[in-house]
Design a binder for this molecule. Structure first.
Ligand code: PLP
Length: 419
């Protein structure tokens, strides 16, 4: 470990946001002469020293390819890579390490299920049920599958608050529904879906369930065994880990019954020109050299979050969301988009007479990083009759003072546009 940069504030008794902020070097900078206020966490979160130092250390001292060499460094890298898998397993309480497949991110995880589960378990006329609030990565793979196989995509609507209409959802579950693919938390609205109920209903209809956990794992503890979901997908980079690494959890018996997603090294047992047999789980789904250091960095991010405690993080972010909602609702001419009763730390809004992209640009001049646009949820934007929103999304290191800065910058945007 590089002792110079390590500033881990572990063993905290209470949630100490200033100590946490000191763990994230990117937060120290100024942007356009103002202190950076980073509220684009739903897109990607900043990295703590724990992750940065772990990645640096592995590239510096421990780097080698995994599962191939008999030499010392390769064994050490393989051990660290598999230890990271174990950390992910513990983090989401999967039963076995082999149920954790390393992928590039949520997008690849869903595409893996669409390609592999789709090919082996679905046929023309089978229905896949999603919701109106899905990210494009939980829409387009099913459309591609439909083009190949003739499966049918069904979409459960949301109400004006951005909550899933459960009656409609239930009505759309039918004898042909084979898979339900639903986001745990909406990236555009912050809505937390009642996935326990969704999973139970889907199972009662004999359908399998994939949960898109991209926006939930950074904010709340997830227990895939208690949920009883069949697949759970998430990305490392939103969880304070590296980019290019993500996770597909799948129940063992399902993963075993699914064909490989990609062919190549690592995923085989034996190859000849006439016949190839495949490796055991999870390697069957991990063709080629994996993102070794990405997985190890993700393990470091998980260690870091677990030391702080997911419950404490959720409490802090809930408080921030409540404070931000009150502050923003106080601004005349501002309309919140997404007012569900159960929400995670996302505040999406519109300003009368100011285009979302202009809002984003003016906030940036105040050092406030937000996202403006459709948030890769175009059908949801259509549902709300808008082309996009401005979205502030909160992380464990954000503060009330930063939300005050956001509110002040919004007022300034209104002034500039004569509102
Ligand atoms: N699903 C949701 C709900 C998301 O918010 C995102 C990213 O914003 C994704 C899926 C896609 O994640 P990635 O780009 O890391 O694959």
């Amino acid at each position: 470990m590089n002792g110079n940069t390590q500033r881990i504030n572990i063993g905290r008794d209470a949630f100490d946001v200033e100590a946490i902020r000191a763990d994230f070097p990117a937060l120290r900078q100024t942007v356009h002469g103002r202190a950076l206020v980073f509220l684009d966490n739903a897109a990607s979160a900043q990295k703590p020293f724990r992750v940065i130092d772990t990645v640096r250390q592995y590239y510096t001292d421990d780097y080698a390819n995994v599962h191939r060499g008999l030499h010392y460094l390769s064994e050490r890298a393989s051990d660290a890579f598999e230890a990271a898998r174990g950390k992910v397993r513990g983090f989401i309480n999967a039963r076995e390490d082999c149920e954790i497949v390393f992928v590039r991110g949520t997008t690849e995880a869903i595409n893996l299920v669409a390609a592999s589960f789709g090919q082996s378990h679905l046929k023309a006329g089978d229905e896949i049920l999603i919701t109106e609030m899905e990210h494009h990565s939980n829409i387009v793979p099913w459309q591609l599958l439909g083009e190949r196989l003739g499966t049918v995509l069904k979409v459960a609507p949301v109400n004006d608050a951005g909550e899933l209409l459960m009656d409609e959802f239930e009505r759309l579950l039918g004898p042909r529904t084979r898979l339900v693919a639903v986001t745990h938390v909406s990236n555009a609205l912050g809505t937390i879906n009642p996935i326990e109920r969704i999973i139970a209903l889907a199972h009662a209809h004999g359908a399998r369930v994939l949960i898109d956990g991209a926006q939930s794992v950074p904010h709340t503890a997830v227990d895939v065994q208690a949920l009883d979901c069949d697949f759970y997908a998430f990305s490392g980079h939103k969880l304070y880990g590296p980019t290019g690494i993500g996770v597909l959890y799948g129940k063992r018996e399902l993963l075993e019954a699914m064909p490989p997603y990609q062919g190549g090294g690592e995923m085989i047992r034996e190859v000849s020109f006439t016949r190839t047999t495949y490796a055991e789980l999870p390697h069957k789904f991990e063709a080629g050299t994996p993102h070794i250091v990405g997985a190890i960095g993700l393990g470091a991010a998980i260690d870091y979050l677990q030391e702080i405690g997911l419950e404490a993080i959720a409490r802090h972010e809930d408080e921030l969301l409540a404070y931000a909602t009150a502050r923003l609702q106080d601004i005349p001419g501002l309309r919140m988009v997404g007012t569900a009763a159960r929400k995670a730390g996302i505040a999406s809004f519109l300003l009368d007479g100011v285009h979302t992209h202009d809002v984003g640009t003016i906030l940036d001049r105040h050092g406030v990083a937000v996202r403006a646009g459709h948030h890769c949820a175009m059908p949801l934007m259509t549902r709300f009759g808008v082309s996009g929103t401005t979205r502030a999304s909160f992380a464990l290191y954000n503060t009330r003072a930063e939300i005050d800065t956001l509110a002040g910058a919004i007022r300034h945007a209104q002034e500039l546009f004569g509102r």
